[in-house]
Structure formats: C-alpha cells, structure tokens
Design a binder for this molecule. Structure first.
Ligand code: PMP
Length: 392
C-alpha cells in the first residue's frame, strides 16, 4: 500500500537476492567453511540458557582445552572475533597505570599496544622489524628494564608470516613476576603450542582460520595465575560484556549456577563446536604435520617461480600464512585482482607494516591441501605472465 508516512524507501539493493560468489579463500583468513560446519551454523536456534546449548558450550570448552593443550578451568569462547579476544584479555588483566610490555613485530603488537593504552596502562614496546622474531634475550631485557605485569606476544604474526618461538618465555616471565599473554589467532592448529607446558597465562585464538568456522567466536583460556590476578582487581573491568567473572559463570567455570549474561551467538557456537570436533578427530599432531608439509610445498613452488620469501629463516615461517615479496615491477593489487577474476582464488596483500611489500597466501585447516598449493601456484604463474604489461 502506497503511503506518504515513510520518508526512507525500501532500499533497492535489499530487494535483490543475496549474492555470494564461490571463491577459494587462500588469504590470511577467513578460510572456507566445509559443509559439515556450514550445516551446523544453519541449524535452528535454541535459547542461550537451554541445556542443549549449555552442553554445546561444555563441548567447546573441552575442545579448546585440547587445542590449547591446557587443563585450565577458565576456558571459554568469547562472543566476538579475534579482536574481541585481545580486548577480553587486556580489559580483564589490566588496571589503570599497570605496566604492560608489548612485543611489536607487526600489526598485532601495534593493536594490542593501542588497546592497552586505551585502558590506561603504561605501555612499553619491544620493537623488531617486520619479518623477524624475538629471542629470549630480547624479552628478558624488556622484562628487566620495564618490570611489566603482562607481556603480550604474537605466536603467528599474520601480517608478516612469522612464527614466534615460545619455548622458555613463560618461565622467563614468571621469574620476573609477569604474566605471558599470547595471540594464537593465526597459528592455532597449524603450529605446535602447549599452553600448560609452555607456562602461557592467557592464550586466545579465532574461529575462522584453522578451525574453519565462520568468524564471530574466539577461544580463550586463563591460567590459575591469570585468574588470580583478575580476582585481585581493585576495580571492575571497564567492559560489562567482556567481564571475565560474568563470562566464567555463564560458561560454567566458577562452580556456581549458570546465569544469563548475554544472548550468545548460538549458531556461531554450533559451528565452533564442529570446527573443534573436526580438529579433535584429525588429531593435533596430524594437523600440524599437514600444515608443515603443505607450507613447505608452497614455499618451494614460490621459489621455483622466482619469487622471494619474506621470512628468511625456514624455522621462523608461519605454516598457515606465507609471505612473499611483491616482485619488482609488478603492482600487487593487479596480481590479487587477476587471481580473483580468472581463478576465483583470493589471496591478500600486506597489512600494516607489510602493506605494499608482500603478498600473503594462507593454507589453513581444510584449505591446507597439496591440491590447493598446486592451484594457487598455477594461478600465480599465469598472473606473473599476464600482468607483464603492467610492469612499472
Ligand atoms: N591476531 C592475529 C594474529 C590475526 O591474524 C587476526 C586476524 N587476521 C587477529 C588477531 C584479529 O582477528 P579478527 O579479525 O577475527 O578480529
């Protein structure tokens, strides 16, 4: 019925059908969602306190404990993407004026430092050029100089393709009275990490990389030391949504009856559960091995194309995301567009400090296959030939 009450008309775009092309996602994430996980996210809704949903949350919790290799009770999934997990960690750990040391060798350290500053922390940055990692000596120097209560470091630096060695860092931090906070959004399931054995105090990840679930939920876990620091806070965390006391209760981590806190993204939890189940079925060690082997095949193929890997040391290369220098005389945007237009393959340019310098190729979870390596190498070979006219 025509009406002159409405000054804003139904938008034309919304009257067209939803358009989502098929694309092979070989960028730094998200990765493609396999049918089993897609089906889980399309299941009918239940309420956030229904026992079946609480059971799914319990399944997620033990799935995260397996993926993280931890027995921590305070283990759950944040209702939000990886950034939300960074904020959840810092918002709960940091109080005004707390000294926080951030290892910055790419964008994730930069972002963590930004978030910690917004919380009023005294932030100190340890700097390394993009493409490099921190040694225990670098870290110890920072701990001695700044006496932080928390150290932030990124395990899988997805903006540069660096895998940060974690061995010994937990012990080192504890010797200096500091908690170790690790970002494993881009590495979990693709490279070994042992939360308890490596004495990591706070570890988080994301759903949309190796776990192959849609974005929107983020596994996180806190050691006993970290939990005690949260309980000792003098002030409430400045976020209600991310308050770990509330979330611990909603996730059944505090032994108290579970209470409604927020309407969780229930379909995201269904798919995260399935992503964790698939990882458990495959086995962590098999998953790490797939990622190692396929990344090695990709690196060799890229070298055979005459391309230069951005991370020099083989052991410092992230098995999930490979960075390669933009070849001399080519426009990186054209290479990416060529792959999308001609092969329906998505790869990505650099991010933050690596922007304009590298191309990033991700092989994560179900996308980490030898066939996908062949596909992307074939497409890149073609791109290098056909984008020839764009030589600068
Ligand atoms: N940390 C790392 C290492 C990442 O790769 C990403 C995502 N690219 C994030 C944090 C942020 O995750 P999200 O985009 O899910 O917020």
């Amino acid at each position: 019925m025509a009406s002159n009450l409405l000054h804003v008309l139904p938008p034309q775009g919304l009257l067209r059908p939803l358009a989502v092309p098929e694309r092979l996602l070989l960028g730094p994430g998200p990765s493609n969602v396999p049918p089993r996980i897609l089906a889980a996210s399309g299941r009918q809704l239940l309420g956030p306190m229904h026992p079946e949903v609480l059971q799914v949350m319990d399944d997620i919790k033990v799935g995260i404990q397996y993926a993280f290799q931890t027995q921590n009770q305070l283990t759950l999934a944040i209702s939000g993407s990886g950034h939300c997990a960074i904020e959840a960690a810092l918002v709960n750990l940091v109080e005004h004026g707390d000294p926080v040391l951030v290892a910055v060798n790419g964008i994730w350290g930069q972002r963590a430092a930004d978030i910690a500053r917004r919380l009023g922390a005294s932030v100190y940055e340890l700097l390394k050029p993009p493409g490099e990692y921190f040694t225990p000596w670098d870290i110890e120097e920072g701990l001695v100089r700044h006496k932080p209560s928390v150290l932030f470091i990124t395990h899988g630096e997805s903006s540069t393709g660096v895998l940060q060695p974690l061995e010994g860092l937990g012990k080192l931090c504890h010797r200096h009275g500091c908690l170790l906070l690790v970002d494993a959004v881009a590495s979990l399931g693709g490279a070994p990490i042992f939360m308890d054995q490596q004495e990591i105090d706070i570890l988080y990840s994301g759903s949309q990389k190796v776990l192959n679930a849609p974005p929107g939920s983020a596994p996180i876990s806190f050691s006993e030391r970290a939990r005690e620091k949260i309980l000792r806070r003098k002030t409430k965390p400045p976020s209600f949504y991310l308050d770990m006391r509330w979330l611990a209760n909603y996730w059944g981590c505090d032994g108290e009856p579970r209470r409604y806190h927020h309407t969780a993204p229930i379909n995201s939890f269904f798919s995260l559960r399935e992503g964790l189940a698939m990882l458990a079925e495959l086995g962590l060690e098999n998953s790490w091995e797939h990622h190692r082997v396929n990344c090695a095949q990709l690196c060799q193929g890229l070298r055979d194309l005459g391309l230069e890997l951005f991370v020099k040391e083989e052991k410092a290369r992230l098995p999930t995301i490979t960075t390669v220098r933009v070849p001399e005389g080519y426009d990186w945007k054209e290479i990416i567009a060529f792959l999308t237009d001609n092969y329906a393959i998505d790869i990505s340019g650099g991010l933050g400090p690596s922007e304009g310098k590298v191309l990033r190729i991700g092989l994560m979870g179900c996308n980490s296959t030898s066939r996908n390596v062949d596909r992307v190498l074939h497409a890149l070979r073609d791109a290098l030939r056909c984008c020839h006219h764009s030589k600068l």
